[in-house]
Design a protein around this ligand. Sequence first.
Ligand code: ARG
Length: 438
Amino acid sequence: FYYRPVEFSEPEYPRVEYQRRQQFWDPIRLAVFTLVIAAIIGIAIGIVTHFVVEGDKSFYYLASFKVTNIKYKEKYAMKSSREFTERSHQIEKMMSRIFQRSAEGRFIKSYVVKLNPDKDGVNIFMVLMFRYPSASSAERIKKRIEKILYQSLKTKNLPLTINKPSFTLTAIDSKKMRNFLNSRCGIRMRSSNMPMPSFSSTERLVHGRETATVGEWPWQASLQLIGAGHQCGASLISNTWLLTAAHCFWKNKDPTQWIATFGITITPPEVKRNVRKIILHENYHRETNENDIALAQLDTGVEFSSIVQRVCLPDSSVELPPKTSVFVTGFGSIVDDGPTQNKLRQARVEVISTDVCNRKDVYDGLVTPGMLCAGFMEGKVDACKGDSGGPLVYPDNHDIWYLVGIVSWGQSCALPKKPGVYTRVTKYRDWIASKTGI
Ligand code: ARG
């Protein structure tokens, strides 16, 4: 700062006083400043410790019990079957009815992981998730959960008859919980091991294509030709099988030339695998795009996590009505003929009926029963070059995601009356099973 030398011609007393006051004030200001900053830091640390140390923690339990008023069905063994899904949803709904109000809002979610035959009904195994203050003991929470459940058995009119003596509850850690959940498909988790609801994706999608967040589309894979990089998208349907489009392999069908990566960026990838085998649909026609579906088998299975997860395959009977919201994801270009994107992107599109899609002013009869149109008649949002083979998915009302389409073709990208055309996965459900056993 500017320093004024003491002028000896003036009376000394007031001048010196003035100088001293200036020097006196600055350290005080400094001290006050420091104190305020220290206080802010202190408060911040306090808030953080409050949430980290004193905050809530997830507690996981494996519940097993017998239900006596239903009969076991053969199809329950197949977790992707409609029978298993419907029964699981019924049981999960009943559990939230039991715990939602009674457990002080501490209940998060439950997932059925197995339905086993029993001589007088069905044995159910399910994971229950709760959040309690981190200082709570798992045993005490267990007692509380049991109490709430036994209470509901007496007072609530439940659709399923739970056999009380058969009920057991075991506290499990997050790793065990993950292993149990990995027996199911289409479930998204945050790295914190909390379920990721489907609205977390829909909410952000007001402006069409957006970049994805970690773990949002964990079944998305990138298929790459060694030396030439990303060619196509693909969807993980088991720990070793990818479902993609047949046209992705028209240049090169040699599995040793291909690799698959997972994660929301192409470089660096989260997980990388070689391809062992490529199976194209026998009746794929390049000229008509019919049966544009293929399987790629990984040389070693991937480990499921919050970042890598498989998507569910819908039952062949499932049909989504026009206007249903579905989501397409990929590393494809964002303008026609643009470059591949390093970050995964997502877009919400809507199912368009085949009748509309085959109109003279749209695709004029080019859409066959094995195809599905999705997008908007006004254009604007669409998959594009490089998204091919990638997933078109749909969340059911329990946040379980299903693969309904494979990015196949379209006239340019996002043009009006030229929506994206996808391979209709339900039509190929049996073909997939015949090749993979899934
Ligand atoms: N066939 C293109 C590819 O190889 C993708 C076509 C998707 N086009 C569209 N407008 N939806 O990547």
